[in-house]
Ligand binder design. Structure first.
Ligand SMILES: Cc1ncc(C[n+]2csc(CCOP(=O)(O)OP(=O)(O)O)c2C)c(N)n1
Ligand code: SF4
Ligand SMILES: [Mg+2]
Length: 351
């Protein structure tokens, strides 16, 4: 069975958020993934981020492709809109939904196989078009669902469970997203909830193409010595650029830091991203430096995590197309059929 509903009962004194919902209200069905799968931790982080931001679950549209990762939307936000599409096709289905109804919050969930192999073109074009979405890749370096073949994000020299060595160059989806013009790019690790939850919050508040590459170990097929996507390997090679606090417009900023310790980026909706730099002088608003930093640290054998790039004044696809402000699916007959005179004018202009 792949769908196990959770009992609705919960403790009456569970904490509630600004809209009176408990964390339980953001959950979905019981997960059927392997115990210890990184993907379940990402679902928990999405639940926490949406609870923290007091997002009404029914305002979210969660879309995915095919894979263990793409099954996960079943395990969070049970009251959201959901569409489990075809392998590698989530981005175009999401783009279509966003064009029809710009009023929802779009969350695309995918895997490294789903986005870096069969869906690579779809991934690229949804990012470069500036679809207003949070696009999360749950990256385990293998095709988990089909039993552990190397994926296109497997590192050169990574060793499979049965001993085969990967001889192909890896695709770094975060670096590609930077190059493609994503206006928000971050990387994190499913085992680091403190880093991951604020990054998801910031991505959800970002009004543009927000891409998150989350390393998410597959305990069944890629968590052994020699794998570069195992829990141990990622912990040992994680180079966190910064730590993030997200302040929504209604909150007062209370934490204080010494001057120079924090970079503040105010997003379009007024939310403030407070970045505590950790080990580098990386400027997350500089696209060229973001690219340079990913490549430089990779050459040193490190996995760069944290907020890699953010454009504080992003524009999204609806603005590029000049579409009307109301959702297309809410337009009535009068707007859709402006009458014979208007049609005549258009025809005359084409003659
Ligand atoms: C068109 C098509 N080709 C191939 C498959 C077989 N298939 C299902 S899931 C998958 C790969 C999943 O890998 P990934 O996206 O990394 O997800 P994971 O299971 O690792 O989370 C493949 C090749 C399919 N379902 N449809
Ligand atoms: S096979 Fe791997 S990716 Fe799939 S549920 Fe199990 S641990 Fe997770
Ligand atoms: Mg995978």
């Amino acid at each position: 069975m792949s769908y196990l509903p959770k009992p609705k009962l919960h403790h009456p004194k569970l904490p509630t958020n600004a809209i009176g919902l408990t964390r339980r209200d953001y959950e979905g069905a019981i997960s059927t993934l392997c115990a210890g799968c990184g993907h379940d931790s990402i679902s928990a982080a999405i639940i926490q981020a949406c609870f923290n931001l007091s997002i009404p679950p029914h305002r979210v549209a969660k879309l995915s492709g095919i894979g263990c990762s793409s099954k996960t939307p079943t395990y969070f936000l049970g009251a959201a809109h959901g569409f489990n599409s075809v392998h590698g096709r989530m981005p175009s289905v999401l783009t279509g939904a966003y064009l029809a109804n710009r009023d929802l919050i779009y969350l695309g969930v995918s895997g490294d196989g789903d986005s870096a192999s069969i869906g690579f073109g779809q991934f690229a074009h949804s990012i470069r078009r500036g679809v207003n979405m949070t696009y999360i890749v749950e990256n385990n370096g293998v095709y988990g669902l089909t039993k552990g073949q190397f994926s296109a994000t497997s590192d050169l020299g990574s060793v499979a469970k049965k001993g085969a060595v990967n001889t192909d160059q890896p695709i770094d989806l975060a670096a590609i997203a930077v190059q493609l013009g994503a206006t928000f790019v971050a990387r994190s690790f499913s085992g680091d909830k403190e880093q991951l939850v604020p990054l998801i919050e910031a991505a959800l508040l970002h009004e543009g193409a927000a891409f998150l590459d989350v390393i998410s170990p597959c305990v069944a097929f890629n968590n052994h010595p020699g794998s570069t996507k195992s829990y141990d390997y990622v912990r040992e090679h994680n180079e966190a650029l910064n730590r993030l606090d997200v302040m929504v417009p209604r909150e007062t900023i209370t934490a204080s830091y010494r001057p120079g310790e924090v970079t503040e980026v105010t997003q379009h909706d007024g939310s403030v991203l407070r970045l505590r730099k950790l080990r580098t002088e990386h400027d997350p608003t500089n696209r060229a430096s973001a690219m340079h930093h990913i490549l430089e640290r990779r050459a040193a054998g490190e996995i760069v995590t944290g907020l890699i790039y953010v454009e504080p004044e992003p524009t999204a696809l609806h603005a590029h197309l000049g579409t009307v402000p109301q959702p297309l699916n809410a337009l009535g007959d009068a707007e859709l059929c402006p009458g014979v005179d208007a049609l005549e004018k258009i025809n005359a202009a084409l003659r």
